[in-house]
Design a protein around this ligand. Structure first.
Ligand code: ZN
Length: 201
């Protein structure tokens, strides 16, 4: 165990920072030191922002997104195409699609994927609300933007079955060559999927 360099309050701060994704103990020390140096400009506002966010954060009952509003900012946004519902596994995936400016639609966060090995079944996912949203009407297309993993694809098939009686078009993300990708570096699964899903030039 490394020698302590500061009192228990600062050590605790470092230990907590080190639990953040992307921050190891070394970066956590650097971050803690930075916060201490910028006590007024950064540390105080950050602590306030964290407290406010912690108190107000809720899960949107409509889509499963996290926000401080319910319905969330995305569900309230009138400029989005309400006829298109993008189904994602996690809030991180929703944010990734929003960052990419991929589509101006509504979302539905499943909160995971079906995984028999990990004991995750249909009841553990936000599926009842998804079916209700589709049945309520207004949705014309459901885009299954789940990961291209075995569990992701199993979940996509399950949802397709679940919605088979609803008058809704179900689509999924294309699988294939990434933008900027070189064929020589791709795995066989990606290459064969790209070939199967080729499009007219
Ligand atoms: Zn929402």
């Amino acid at each position: 165990m490394a020698e302590r360099v500061a009192g228990p309050e600062i050590e605790r701060l470092i230990q907590l920072l080190a639990r953040l994704p992307g921050l190891g103990p070394r970066s956590a020390r650097r971050a803690a030191l930075h916060l201490i140096r910028k006590k007024d400009e950064l540390f105080a506002p950050l602590a306030d922002a964290m407290q406010v966010a912690r108190e107000r954060i809720i899960v949107c009952r409509e889509c499963g997104n996290v926000d401080t509003l319910d319905p969330c900012t995305i569900c309230r946004d009138e400029r989005r195409d309400a006829s298109v519902l993008v189904v994602v596994e996690t809030v991180a995936d929703l944010w990734a699609l929003e960052r990419a400016n991929a589509i101006r639609a509504r979302f539905h966060v499943l909160g995971g994927v079906l995984s028999p090995l990990d004991g995750v079944g249909p009841k553990d996912l936000n599926l009842d609300r998804l079916v209700a949203r589709v049945v309520e009407g207004g949705v014309q297309e459901v885009i299954l933007a789940v990961n291209a993993t075995v569990d992701g694809q199993t979940t996509a098939h399950y949802i397709t079955d679940l919605l088979s009686h609803a008058a809704v078009k179900i689509t999924r993300l294309a699988h294939g060559v990434p933008v900027g990708g070189e064929l020589d570096y791709l795995d066989e699964g990606t290459l064969s999927a790209a070939m199967r899903q080729r499009t007219t030039f």
